[in-house]
Design a protein around this ligand. Sequence first.
Ligand code: IDP
Ligand code: MG
Length: 132
Amino acid sequence: MERTYIMLKPDAIKRGLMGEVISRIERKGYRIVDCKMMHLDEAILREHYAHIADKPFFPEIVEYMTSGPVLGMIVEGENAVQGMRIIMGATKFEEAAAGTIRGDYAFCTGQNIIHGSDSIENAEIEIKRFFG
Ligand code: IDP
Ligand code: MG
């Protein structure tokens, strides 16, 4: 069984979409093995988003991701890392296909509802980062 780190971003929580997104994850057949609400700070975001820390939009990402709580989850299932990326949809909201979480709910790339690990290796690192 594979595990991935999923995080519902502040807009998912503010817009009341937690239940909807969790339902999609469960209906797909994945299991949520742990979850917690957290308030992130800039230090952990610099670590988690090290690959975009030098982008011009990074300060906006920090402002947004610290604007309210996030829901961190460990999601388990067969091929969970890639499978979650498929049901999440593309990073850029305008490229996310209808029927995906981002395709159906995101109207801004910076505030695109959900994070999911992009590889098995990063899933392990991210689960350790947020769940210890
Ligand atoms: P991912 O979340 O699909 O894995 P990453 O490339 O890891 O995408 O980027 C992390 C987050 O940074 C994205 O989810 C998105 O919120 C934000 N982001 C990425 N590219 C852009 C952009 O071009 N404009 C605004 N925000 C962006
Ligand atoms: Mg990513």
